[in-house]
Structures are given as structure tokens and as C-alpha cells.
Design a protein around this ligand. Sequence first.
Ligand SMILES: Cc1cc2nc3c(=O)[nH]c(=O)nc-3n(C[C@H](O)[C@H](O)[C@H](O)COP(=O)(O)OP(=O)(O)OC[C@H]3O[C@@H](n4cnc5c(N)ncnc54)[C@H](O)[C@@H]3O)c2cc1C
Length: 391
Amino acid sequence: MKEPTEVEGVLVVGGGYAGLHAARAVHRCGVPVTVVDRTGRHDFVTRLAAVAGGTAPVEDASGPVESFVDQVVVGTVVEIADGSVTMSDGRTITADAVVVTAGSVPSRPPVEGIELAHAIRSAEDAIALRGSINRASSMVIIGGGATGVQLSGATAVAHPSLTIHLVEAMPRLLAGMPEAFSSGASRILEGRNVQIHLSSDIERITEQGAIVGNSLLEGLVVWAGGFSASAQRYGMPTAEDGRILIDEALRVLRSQRTFAAGDIAAHRDHDGDPLPMSAQIAVRAGSAAGRNAARAVRGEPVQAVDLRQIGWVLDLGARRGLAQVGPVNLTAPGADLIPPLLHDAIDLKDLLEIGGVHALRYASTSVRSLVTWPLAVWPLRTSPTVRAVTT
Ligand SMILES: Cc1cc2nc3c(=O)[nH]c(=O)nc-3n(C[C@H](O)[C@H](O)[C@H](O)COP(=O)(O)OP(=O)(O)OC[C@H]3O[C@@H](n4cnc5c(N)ncnc54)[C@H](O)[C@@H]3O)c2cc1C
């Protein structure tokens, strides 16, 4: 049995959206913070459909956690108790408070052959999938939610000759979002020759493709049918869906100094309705959990947190997307040019929040091209030397 390592202040499990926002909030409260992460890399998950599909480069997929936080431990946490965590190599770390933000994993329904399907949840998954798509001539994406729709859109843009089937069990795409999203997504994807199969259940997955009804849809199969937290594996109290049960201050039930945020936590809005797994919720819940963990360390009372999903912003590639922000719906032709800009703006805002201006080197390629575009054009107009080189 190895001696426990003690860290001062707050230990954050997971260096994703919730984790890095929690770490930043703790730091701002003047309390020391350490992040333990499985890979030591912060995945920019909302960019991964573009990376896998081929409209963004692999460099956009992730950045080192140590660029955002001073104290980082690379390791996989397997057990969490109140104020301590144990890792797969037997190391135990104790802290004054813990914030659990270990995210979610692709759900694996009891479908024969599911292990043959690719998934897309981490930068590693996205880069592996990108390589397989480059070698494929057809593809079957199972799940017409946000992940499946964004992946279909990006892949169809980067690989226009690829046959893409998008299979959804419900009668419309993006069933959890407003009706206008479904028609907008169908319009954009059909315009790119994506074959959409609604009200269609997968019977089986084989080496050749997916069996839907009695037909074989041939191609590389990707499972984009949802995610689960499976937090029971850490010994945490969980809801039926495997997300950690928390109180209104995001503190894990029956614990004093352990908080949870992001996909792994059973967040609810003020009416008690479950909130979806989204980066938007992860960012705000992470910051709030970090502040409450810092308060707990300083012996101050923790505060109730009011969370709500304000809207949705999806990027379907080729400067088209879908968004609902409060009452404003941006899904119609023409208006659908705005959501990709919003997607980039949110990405940039999150980056600045977790790392300040130094983090700008991890800005997505599309953001950098927007920022550097005026600089690139200006010398062309004024400098004959640059003009000569570039023409
Ligand atoms: C392809 C795709 C596109 C998406 N697009 C959008 C979008 O456009 N807008 C939106 O709002 N949401 C989007 N989402 C959902 C959103 O990305 C997630 O809700 C968000 O990433 C959740 O943040 P998190 O911090 O809880 O988890 P993550 O960001 O996944 O972070 C979890 C971290 O924990 C680490 N970790 C996991 N297990 C362990 C362990 N045992 N020990 C130590 N570390 C561990 C991981 O390495 C990771 O760094 C998308 C999701 C996917 C898959």
C-alpha cells in the first residue's frame, strides 16, 4: 500500500470543460488547486466532430492541461471517497476538498456487434475515426442527435464523394431540440447528399455495416447514440442514469467536501427537470462547483447554484449551423450562417476564461483564420514584397 499524497486546497478530477473552469474558479478564490487527469490533455470536445470529419486539423482536438493549471497529476482515478481519490496504479491523493468532473463515456446499448462501432467522445477517438474515414468509401452514423448531426455535416463537407447514412430511431433529427432544428438539419444535410433514415432501429452491427430493418447499410459504423456517466464505478451515489447525485450546492449527497459538475453530475434546473449533458452546463457548473469547493476549504458556507440550458449552438461545417439563443431562432436559410460564428465565439470565450490570453495559441483554426484574416489582407494591399511572394 503506497503512502497517500496530500495536496493543499482543492483536487479536481478531470481536466475537461467542467474541470478547468472549476480549477480557474478555485484559483481566483486564492485557494491552491491541483488537477488529476487520465491523459493530461484537455480535449476541446465541441470541436471533435469537425476534427473527426476532416474540416478541422488534428491540432484543434486538444491541448496540455498544464498550459492552463500549474499543478497537474496524470493518472486514472478509480475510486473517490470524501476528500480523497485512489488511482489505478494504487496512489491515493487526499485534499481539503474534491471536485469530480470526469465526464461521460459513449453508452453501449445491448446491440449485437456494438463493439465493432467507432465512438466519438475523446480526442483519441476523433483522431482514430478521422483515419478510418479517410480509408472508407461509405459510412453509417447511428444517432441523429447533436453529435451525429455535426459529424455527418463535417464529414460530408470534407469527403463529398463518401456515401453517408445517418440513422435515427426517432421520427425526427435532434429530437431533444426545437422542431426547427430538425427541419434545418435535414435541409442542410440532404443538401450535402447525406442519406437520412428516420424511425429506424439498428438490429445488428457487422464487419460490413449496420443492419437496419432487413437491409444492410454498408460502411464504417459510428455509434453517436448517446453518452452515460457510469459514476457507480467510482463508488459515488448515482441516479438511475449513472450520474452523481448532488445537492443544490453541487455537493455530492452524503459528503461534506466532495462536489461534482459536468456530464458526470445529475444537474437539474430550478424546476427539478434534468439538464442535458452539454459544454454550456459543464462550464457554468464547473465554475460554481470550484467556488463552492474553495468556500468549503475556507470554512465558509456554500451557495445554491441556479443552472439552466440557455439554448443550443451547432456547427455543421461549411459555415452553416443551427442555433437557438433564448427566444432567437437561427435555423432558416441565411440565418444559418450565424451559428458557426457563435460556436467559434463561445469556444474563444471558454479558452480565455480558463487560460487568459496565453491560451490563445490553442484557439481553433477557424477562430485563428478569422482573427488573422485582416492581418493577412492588409500587407497584401500595402506591401509589394508580400504581394510578390503570395501571388
Ligand atoms: C462530438 C461531440 C460534440 C459536442 N458538441 C457540443 C456542442 O457543440 N455544444 C455543447 O454544449 N456540447 C457539446 N457536446 C457535449 C459536451 O462536449 C460535453 O457535455 C462536455 O464535454 C462535458 O464536459 P465535462 O467537463 O463534464 O467532460 P469532459 O470535457 O469530457 O472532461 C472530462 C475529463 O475527465 C478526464 N477523465 C475521465 N475519466 C477520468 C478518470 N477516471 N480519472 C481522471 N481523469 C478522467 C478526461 O480525460 C477529460 O479530460 C459535444 C459532445 C461530443 C462528444
